[in-house]
Design a protein around this ligand. Structure first.
Ligand code: ZN
Length: 682
C-alpha cells in the first residue's frame, strides 16, 4: 500500500501562510533563508525546526542519536536504486573534490549539475520520473577528468584502475538504452528485467512471483510483509533471498544504524519508546519479518511520546512488484498546537466512515486506532531526503492497520517551508482562471491544503474494507494509484461537508472551493509540468490525480460542471458548479472503493488506463511553455539542519545545537565522507 504523499510543485504556490501555523517560533526569525540552490528541474530549500531549542536535553539527545541513525542508511538507498550508483557517485565526488583543471568551462558546470542531480535522486535515475538522468557532458570529457585525478584520491574498487572502472560505469551513465528506467510499470513486459533497481538479480518476474507465492499461505490472517527486506538473486539455478541485516547484505551500514539506535534507547522518553527502539534493533540484527511486525505494532501503539521516528525498509514504491522496502528515515517531534486539528478529525472518524458515500457492505463497522498528529521534522534521511513527503501514514501491513490502527502525520514545518519559498512566484497568476480563484487560494489555500492532507492520511487510507475473500494484491500494479485515488476522493468529498464547519475545522462553506479548484487544475493540467514531452503519466500519485480530474470532467460534461475554457489562446480550468463536483467525487469514491473491496482488477485497470495515464499532447505543450516562462523548478528537495553535541570537560553532553547554514553541496559531500561505509557493490 502506498501511504506517503508528496507535495506537487506549484500546487500550493502563491499562498501566504496566513493560518496559524505553529512554525512561527521565536528561534526562527524573518531572515531565515528558505531557498538554497537551483539547478536542472530542482530547487533545494531549507526547513526550520521551530521548538527544537525548547526541548529537554534528553529529548534533544534522543533526536541527535536518531538523526545519526537516519543519516547512516543513505548508502543503502543508493545501492537499492541501482547497483552502480555508489561507484558512480564516489567517482564523481572524487573528481569534484580533486580535479585541478579548468572549472570555468561549460563542461565542468554540466558535470557539477549532474552530480547535484544524482544527489537529489539518490542515484542516476530521476527521483520522480524514474528516467535515467543523462549527462550534458560527453563521455570523452568525463574520461579525461577522471583520469586527470591522482588515482590515490579516487575510490576505485579493489585496486581496479581508472580504465576498468570507467569501462564499467561509462555505458551505464551515458548509453540511453542501458538501464533507462529505475522502475518500469509499463504492462506487457517483464517488470524486473526492465527495471534498473537492485532488488533483483538474474531472475525473471515469473521466477520471483513463483518464489513468493510458494511462501504465502492464503489462510494466514497475519502474514508478514514478504520480501520487504531482501534482494532476490538466482545463483546456480536456485532463487534465494539476500537479507538486509547485520551480518547480511548492507551489514556495515546496518551495524552503524544499530549503534546509534542503542544510544537512542538509553535516552528514550519512556519504557514504551525504549521497547520500540530495541525491537527495531532486534529486527536489524535478525532480519526476521515477524520481529518487524512486532516492532510496527509497538511503534503504532506509542502515541504518547513527544519524539518519534521512522527508520527502516518502509515504502515499496520503487519496487516494480511493490514488495521491497526502500530505506528511509524521518525523526520528528509533535507540534502540539497544530495537532489539535487532526485530533478533532480522528475523534470523529466513525462519523466520517458511517456517512461516506460508499456501499455499506464496504464500510468498516468500527474504525480503529486512527491516530493523527502534526509533526515537526528534525531530520530527513534515505528515501525522505532530499525530496520529502509532507504526510506519512504507517505501518503499511494491512492486518496490522486493521487490528492495531495506523499512525498518521502531517509534516507542517516542511509544508510551511514550501509555502514560504513559493510566495509570489507567479504560478497562480498564470494558471488560475480569474481573481476569484486566486483570492480563494490566498484566503484558504494553506488551511485547506493541510486539511486535505489530514483527511487523506488520517481517514482516507484507513477507511473501507475488503470483502473477506479478496486478495489485497488483487489490483496489482493498479493498486497504488487506485489506493491514492481512494484516499484523495475521501478527502475531497468531505472537504465540502458542512460537518467540517461544524467542527470548526473550516471557517465557512466557501473554503473548500479553494482546494477543489487547485486539485482539478493540478490533476488535469499543471501537473503536466512534471512530464517530459511525449511521455505518459507513470507516477502513482500523479496517475491518481489525473484519474480523478479527468473522470469528473468527463462525467460532468453534460452539466458543464467543470470545463476547460480558453482566454487569449490559453487554457484554464473553470468550475461552474462546486456542489455537483462534490457529488461526482462521491460517485467516483464509491466506484473506486467497490473496485478495491471486490478486487475488480479489470475495472481498476480500465479506470486507470482510461483516465490516469494519457496526456493530451497539445495541452501538455501549452502548459510546459507557460510554465517555462515562470522559470520555476517543478521539484523541490531539502537540506537538513546540522546538529552538534556540546560536551563538558568529562565528555558529557550538555546541549545539542542546531544550525542552518550548511549548503547543498557541502552537506552532500559531508554525508558522503561521514556516512558511507558500504562497499561500492553489494
Ligand atoms: Zn496516500
Amino acid at each position: 500500500m502506498l501511504t506517503t504523499i508528496f507535495l506537487l510543485a506549484g500546487c500550493n504556490d502563491g499562498k501566504k501562510a496566513e493560518t496559524q501555523i505553529a512554525t512561527k517560533d521565536d528561534d526562527i526569525d524573518s531572515t531565515f533563508e528558505y531557498r538554497v540552490d537551483r539547478f536542472a528541474d530542482i530547487e533545494i530549500l531549507r526547513y526550520p525546526v521551530p521548538g527544537f531549542n525548547s526541548l529537554s536535553l534528553q529529548q534533544k539527545e534522543l533526536i541527535y542519536y536518531l538523526s545519526q541513525a537516519a543519516l547512516e542508511g543513505r548508502d543503502i538507498l543508493w545501492d537499492q536504486h541501482n547497483r552502480y550508483n555508489l561507484t558512480i557517485r564516489r567517482v564523481c565526488e572524487g573528481v569534484y573534490e580533486n580535479y585541478m583543471g579548468d572549472k570555468s568551462t561549460e563542461d565542468w558546470k554540466n558535470f557539477e549539475t549532474y552530480l547535484k542531480q544524482i544527489w537529489m535522486a539518490n542515484g542516476i535515475h530521476h527521483h520522480y520520473s524514474e528516467d535515467k538522468i543523462l549527462p550534458k557532458f560527453s563521455k570523452e570529457y568525463f574520461t579525461t577528468i577522471v583520469k586527470s585525478v591522482d588515482p590515490g584520491r579516487m575510490p576505485f574498487r579493489d585496486g581496479m584502475a581508472a580504465d576498468e572502472t570507467l569501462t564499467e560505469i561509462v555505458p551505464v551513465m551515458f548509453d540511453p538504452n542501458i538501464m533507462p528506467k529505475r522502475m518500469n510499470q509499463a504492462a506487457g513486459v517483464d517488470l524486473i528485467k526492465t527495471s534498473a533497481v537492485n532488488f533483483y538479480e538474474g531472475v525473471t518476474q515469473k521466477e520471483v512471483e513463483d518464489f513468493y507465492n510458494k511462501m504465502k499461505n492464503p489462510n494466514d490472517a497475519t502474514p508478514v510483509s514478504y520480501g520487504l527486506n531482501s534482494k532476490v538473486v538466482k545463483k546456480d539455478g536456485v532463487v534465494a533471498e539476500q537479507v538486509w541485516k547485520k551480518g547480511g547484505m548492507y551489514d556495515k551500514a546496518i551495524t552503524r544504524i544499530i549503534g546509534w539506535l542503542e544510544k537512542a534507547a538509553d535516552v528514550a522518553e519512556n519504557e514504551q519508546q525504549k521497547a520500540v527502539i530495541n525491537t527495531l534493533i532486534d529486527f536489524y540484527k535478525t532480519g526476521d519479518l515477524k520481529t518487524f511486525d512486532n516492532y510496527s505494532i509497538k511503534w503504532v501503539s506509542d502515541t504518547s511520546s513527544h519524539v518519534d521516528f521512522v527508520n527502516g525498509f518502509i515504502e515499496t514504491y520503487t519496487d516494480p512488484l511493490g514488495m521491497k522496502g526502500s530505506w528511509e528515515s524521518i525523526v520528528n517531534f509533535k507540534n502540539i498546537e497544530a495537532t489539535k486539528r487532526t485530533e478533532t478529525i480522528s475523534a470523529n472518524a466513525q462519523w466520517f466512515e458511517d456517512n461516506s458515500p460508499i456501499d455499506p457492505r464496504f464500510k468498516k463497522s468500527e474504525v480503529k486506532g486512527v491516530s493523527a498528529k502534526v509533526i515537526t521534522a528534525a531530520i530527513l534521511g534515505g528515501d525522505c531526503y532530499p525530496a520529502t513527503p509532507i504526510g506519512i501514514n504507517l505501518p503499511n501491513s494491512n492486518w496490522i492497520r486493521a487490528q492495531h490502527g495506523s499512525k498518521s502525520v502531517t509534516i507542517e514545518n516542511i509544508t510551511y517551508a514550501y509555502d514560504k519559498a513559493a510566495e509570489g512566484n507567479g504560478f497562480n497568476e498564470e494558471f488560475m482562471w480569474s481573481d476569484y480563484e486566486r483570492a480563494l487560494s490566498k484566503k484558504y489555500g494553506s488551511l485547506t491544503d493541510n486539511l486535505h492532507t489530514d483527511l487523506h492520511e488520517c481517514l482516507g487510507h484507513g477507511s473501507g474494507k475488503l470483502l473477506p475473500e479478496v486478495d489485497e494484491d488483487a489490483l496489482k500494479a493498479y493498486g497504488s494509484p487506485l489506493e491514492e485515488a481512494r484516499a484523495d476522493l475521501f478527502a475531497l468529498y468531505y472537504l465540502a461537508d458542512p460537518k467540517l464547519v461544524e467542527l470548526r475545522l473550516l471557517p465557512d462553506d466557501e473554503a473548500y472551493k479553494s482546494e477543489y479548484y487547485k486539485y482539478i487544475m493540478n490533476g488535469a493540467m499543471t501537473q503536466f509540468t512534471r512530464i517530459q514531452p511525449g511521455k505518459n503519466i507513470e507516477q502513482a500519485h500523479m496517475r491518481n490525480r489525473a484519474l480523478i480530474s479527468n473522470w469528473v470532467m468527463e462525467k460532468g460534461k453534460t452539466d458543464s460542471v467543470v470545463v476547460f475554457k480558453q482566454k487569449e489562446g490559453k487554457t484554464y480550468v473553470v468550475i461552474n458548479d462546486y456542489h455537483k463536483l462534490r457529488n461526482l467525487f462521491g460517485e467516483l469514491l464509491a466506484e473506486v472503493q467497490r473496485i478495491k473491496s471486490e478486487g475488480d482488477y479489470e475495472a481498476g485497470k480500465k479506470l486507470v488506463e482510461t483516465y490516469g495515464v494519457k496526456v493530451d499532447p497539445k495541452l501538455h505543450k501549452e502548459v510546459l511553455a507557460r510554465y517555462e516562462k515562470l522559470n520555476l523548478a517543478p521539484y523541490k528537495g531539502f537540506v537538513n539542519p546540522v546538529y552538534k553535541p556540546v560536551t563538558d570537560a568529562n565528555g558529557k553532553i550538555t546541549d545539542i545545537t542546531i544550525s542552518y547554514d550548511e549548503n547543498y553541496i557541502d552537506q552532500q559531500l559531508r554525508y558522503s565522507r561521514q556516512y558511507s561505509v558500504l562497499p561500492l557493490k553489494n
